[in-house]
Design a binder for this molecule. Sequence first.
Ligand SMILES: Cc1cc2nc3c(=O)[nH]c(=O)nc-3n(C[C@H](O)[C@H](O)[C@H](O)COP(=O)(O)O)c2cc1C
Length: 328
Amino acid sequence: MSLSLDTPLTRHARIDVPLICGAMYPCSNPELVAAVSAAGGIGIVQPISLTFVHGHDYREGLRLIRRLTDRPIGMNALIEASSRTYRERMERWVDGALEEGVRFFITSLGNPRWVADRAHAVGGVVYHDVTERKWALKGLEGGVDGLIAVNSRAGGHAGPKSAETLMDELGDLGVPLVCAGGIGNARGFVEALRLGYAGAQLGTRFIATEECRASSAYKKAILRASEDDIVLSERLTGVPVALIRTPSIERLGLRAGPMARWMLRHRRTKHLMRTIYALRSAWQLKRASFDESDSSDYWQAGCSVRDIHEVLPAGQIVRAFAAAATTN
Ligand SMILES: Cc1cc2nc3c(=O)[nH]c(=O)nc-3n(C[C@H](O)[C@H](O)[C@H](O)COP(=O)(O)O)c2cc1C
């Protein structure tokens, strides 16, 4: 039975294919975001990746994407309450995106209320990343329009639950759910739609594309890796992040050290420790993702590596997924 590509997500985001190229630090570059949107899905801008990693002035970077495609793009607002400076910067980024015509936002962590209020005022929508019901309810209290259900097979910060369990847990909340995690091919996309998801958010699959600026060593590692090679380590960012097991990761170990663990547990020191981790990992990931020598092999990827076997143009992936859903 063929599936309709017309879902609450495509209506909300004003796109043709219910497929999101999720925000990726440091892998979201303007060309990748634009290619996914141009093909009918939606690419999400990661502001720190756009500016710090890829060296664009924020507004100029958004306009570059706009020159590559006039189709909708989205923006990721990581709204964890860390420091006032960070919050002010994120507010400027969200306002800048709204002024440049962005109408689709994905919030992570924190209370999304202020983003929802600003987006709704101009007809935009906000989806919130969640890993369990508790966070979904908080997001809905904050006025979001949909939820990105991040499952245990996801790249980045994976959740504890499977795609099926998340559908059972969140299915009654009355908002569109997007499946994030573990989808590497068209079959996985079709399965997510069949489970009742309004669409899918992919990260790892879009790193192995021609438009992604990640090094070819990183892309090759994704093609080579099997699901067993994916490990969760808290040594890099302070919270478990999915990485390809490589010599550097083996050396680093998977658990935070005792001092860091203590600091992460206590309210007063938690944010300081997170900041230290964030700054250090930002450098490490930036350097590793673009280093062609593969000497610094800190490579983030999720379990979808299992189904990723070649580097493809991003648009081809979007079109193949759409075709598989409608001809199934
Ligand atoms: C390298 C990498 C970096 C990521 N960075 C972010 C990020 O900065 N913000 C965010 O909300 N999600 C981030 N994610 C999560 C993705 O947006 C997406 O939800 C996830 O990759 C889906 O799982 P998949 O990799 O199995 O497709 C990242 C994922 C990867 C693989």
